[in-house]
Design a protein around this ligand. Structure first.
Ligand code: MN
Length: 232
């Protein structure tokens, strides 16, 4: 089946775009996959450990992406947490590829924050229920401008996050248990990845509670930074 022409839709499809450093063009957002427990220190603070036999993933809807500098404080939570993450942006279709072929599909990278309703996630975990409502809510994926790095596999660089000027998370991408090429190779065995797909690669230790009015700044060496305030 071919993709229908846009004139055939009953209303205009909403496509999220991510701005790109040094370009007027936008990166169109497709699927979003996020990996859990990819830094040993964060896995430990959550009471678990890294699984080197198999990574696990969850999704956020594309509409979770935001580049707003002021984000309304989410509803239905008393424990909103920040998780700074390297985000990989894919530029081409791939399926069942070995780690050695991953780099040719990379468009670039961005700094992302996987906002999480930790209270709802804890309830879901305990009940063996899905995480969607704790992870995939409105504006749950603030993201920086994309940094184009075609064909480059990133495996080191400082990653950090501050709340109201105070350092909360500080690590290095070299501490990721599953590297970018391993994660994408693994995912591609289950799902056909396409241009526009994003992979959030997990967070280091130091996640903490956010409150209305907080100013969040996140940065990754050579990739960029993002800053937003939670309002309301
Ligand atoms: Mn995360």
């Amino acid at each position: 089946m071919t993709e229908p022409a846009s004139s055939h839709f009953v209303f205009k499809p909403i496509i999220k775009g991510i701005s790109i450093h040094g370009s007027e063009e936008l990166f169109p957002v497709g699927k979003i996959y996020c990996v859990g427990r990819n830094y040993a220190d964060h896995a430990k603070e959550m009471g678990g450990k890294v699984d080197k036999d198999q990574p696990f993933f969850f999704s956020k809807p594309p509409q979770a992406i935001t580049q707003l500098s002021k984000i309304p404080f989410p509803t239905q939570t008393d424990e909103l947490h920040h998780e700074v993450e390297l985000v990989v942006l894919l530029k081409s279709k791939c399926s069942n590829i070995p780690p050695s072929q991953v780099s040719q599909h990379i468009f670039g990278y961005a700094v992302g924050v996987d906002l999480t309703k930790r209270d709802l996630q804890a309830i879901a975990k305990k009940a063996g229920k899905p995480w969607d409502l704790s992870k995939g809510f409105d504006n749950s994926a603030p993201i920086s401008k994309a940094q184009k790095k075609e064909g480059i596999l990133l495996d080191k660089g400082k990653i950090s996050l501050k709340v109201n000027g105070q350092i909360k998370q500080s690590s290095n991408l070299s501490n990721m248990a599953w590297k970018v090429d391993e994660l994408i190779s693994w995912l591609s065995r289950f799902i056909t990845l396409k241009p526009g797909d994003l992979i959030f690669t997990g967070t280091p230790a130091g996640v903490s509670k956010l409150n209305p009015g907080d100013q969040v700044e996140a940065e990754i060496e050579d990739i960029g930074s993002l800053s937003f305030q939670l309002i309301g």
